[in-house]
Design a protein around this ligand. Structure first.
Ligand SMILES: [Zn+2]
Length: 187
């Protein structure tokens, strides 16, 4: 990446690439990546040629942002408490069934993860799990507990998950649909 400049409507990144490409970011911003030799005028033309494509993708971004749910601090506090209670129960039950142990259980707000498991067996869960269907929460719990036997995502790991939840692939796919929809207010 050599040069980056903001213009009114798009950002230009020139680099040693051979072809040009346009990207519409998650916030609707437009980025043009192009070769070093391309002039501003050529870039303008390139963008103009793709105006419809850009508009279509920006509309999609807008629709996605409108669908998002934003929660207040008070609501988040309640959700967190509920999450702690629900996940403590579920983790205990699944751990019995899977015959694994675990350490501390923490509820936090992770931007990108539903849960994680440390090498010591401490479990972290995202409070946003209270906002998704129960069967998907079960998947997250089983997934993290399966890491108590396999600290990786090897076929062996997935086999452990599948033993408990034969339809885990479907649950995993459905869980992904919630990832961009659930947002909270700034703290
Ligand atoms: Zn994992």
């Amino acid at each position: 990446m050599i040069k980056s400049e903001e213009t009114n409507s798009y950002e230009v990144i020139r680099s040693k690439r051979k072809t040009s490409a346009i990207q519409v970011k998650k916030d609707g911003g437009v980025v043009v990546r192009c070769p070093l030799w391309m002039t501003d005028r050529e870039i303008r033309r390139f963008v103009a040629e793709h105006r419809e494509w850009i508009a279509r993708h920006q509309r999609e971004v807008l629709e996605r942002l409108e669908k998002r749910t934003v929660y207040t601090k008070e609501q988040v506090k309640e959700f967190r408490q509920h999450a702690r209670w629900m996940l403590a129960q579920k983790t205990w039950l699944w751990a019995q069934k899977m015959q694994v142990t675990y350490g501390k259980l923490t509820i936090r707000q992770q931007a990108t993860r539903w849960g994680s498991c440390s090498a010591k067996g401490n479990l972290n869960f995202n409070w946003k799990l209270v906002l998704v269907p129960q069967d998907l929460v079960d998947y997250v719990v089983v997934h993290e507990l399966a890491h108590r036997r396999e600290m990786n995502h090897s076929p062996k790991f997935w086999k452990i998950v599948e033993e408990q939840l034969p339809d885990y692939r479907e649950r995993r796919r459905r869980l992904r649909e919630y990832e961009t929809e659930i947002e909270i207010a700034e703290e």
